[in-house]
Design a protein around this ligand. Structure first.
Ligand SMILES: C[S@@+](CC[C@H](N)C(=O)[O-])C[C@H]1O[C@@H](n2cnc3c(N)ncnc32)[C@H](O)[C@@H]1O
Ligand code: SF4
Ligand code: SF4
Length: 300
């Protein structure tokens, strides 16, 4: 991260903590909800299957920028399917950087070739060893690993949503990350139980034993892009929700925190690690703040 970006974000943090402000800093744009997969745990694919055009996405980027967002994520559906004429998601990332977003990341299922050196981080969903990943995501593991091998930059972070199917494969994903070129780290989420995927939810005891394992692997020096001090809050769902510093833009509609904000009762069961980590960070919890600084400077 550039020193100027670090100072800007530090100043934003200080103002937020001191004056308990709710201004946004992180924004996510949903490029399309179209997807080539139909993962068992996912409730947001192919609802409209609309591919939002470049002019719309560009306008949404400007709106978020004008609202103060400086950390931008592209998400979907599948981001690498996005096209407008000859333009691909790479053009969007380059444009976002040109506009002044300080960190530009995207989330992908990794089934398409990965040529995106301009992104700060590519969060690539890997949901287990081959058997358990494929049980959730169809027969995609080998294709994904081939795409990771052929990626053009070392900016990939595996992204695992832990649920009833893959709860035993947490260490496997870390071990795969350690021995795979182009992969910097692994970032986790617990399954968030949307009404149609409640059966995949983890119990509190299961979350506790997974959190213990993640903490143990962190102590062993494993490349994990999460905050150990956030884990107890995630196990007990005691972090504040929603995250006011985070906005999501989908087809012109802005939601605070996530698209899921409208699902009744979901925030109390939220499993997204970023929500816990960001809300606690912006509450000024010192342990979280110091750990966040160390972790973010290491991976971004
Ligand atoms: C909706 S996908 C979109 C990007 C891309 N298609 C992918 O799979 O990475 C974004 C991330 O959300 C995760 N996800 C989907 N449903 C979830 C849920 N109910 N709880 C936690 N994570 C979930 C996916 O595993 C993926 O890592
Ligand atoms: S690849 Fe992503 S968007 Fe598509 S179904 Fe799976 S989790 Fe959902
Ligand atoms: S806190 Fe609520 S809105 Fe935010 S990601 Fe979690 S469930 Fe969605």
């Amino acid at each position: 991260m550039k020193a100027s970006s670090f100072l800007y974000l530090g100043n934003f943090w200080l103002k937020t903590v001191l004056f308990k402000k709710k201004d946004p800093i992180l924004g996510t744009i949903i490029l399309t909800d179209r997807c080539n997969l139909k993962c068992k745990h996912c409730s947001v694919n192919n609802i409209t299957a609309i591919m939002h055009p470049y002019v719309q996405i560009r306008k949404e980027m400007q709106t978020l920028y004008d609202m103060g967002v400086r950390i931008l994520f592209f998400c979907g559906g599948e981001t690498f399917l996005w096209r407008d004429g000859d333009m691909t998601v790479r053009d969007l990332v380059i444009e976002a950087k040109r506009m002044g977003f300080m960190i530009v990341n995207l989330v992908t299922n990794g089934t398409q070739p990965i040529d995106l050196p301009e992104a700060d981080l590519i969060l690539l969903s890997l949901d287990g060893d081959k058997e358990r990943h494929n049980a959730i995501r169809g027969n995609t593991f080998d294709t994904i690993m081939e795409n990771v091998k052929n990626a053009t930059a070392d900016n990939i972070c595996f992204y695992m949503a832990i649920n009833q199917i893959n709860k035993g494969a947490v260490r496997d994903v870390v071990e795969i990350a350690k021995k795979t070129n182009h992969v910097k780290a692994v970032s986790f989420n617990f399954h968030t139980p949307y009404p149609d995927t409640k059966d995949l939810q983890l119990t509190k005891a299961e979350k506790q034993s997974i959190a213990d394992l993640i903490a143990q692997m962190m102590d062993e020096g494993a490349p994990i892009f999460n905050l150990k001090s956030g884990l107890p809050y995630l196990v007990n769902n005691t972090f504040p929700t929603p995250c006011h510093q985070c906005l999501v833009m989908e087809n012109g509609k802005i939601s605070v925190c996530g698209r899921c904000i409208d699902v009744p009762g979901l925030c109390e069961q939220c499993g997204y690690f970023f929500v816990a980590e960001y809300t606690l960070f912006f509450q000024g919890k010192l342990k979280i703040v110091f750990e966040a600084l160390r972790t973010y400077l290491k991976y971004i």
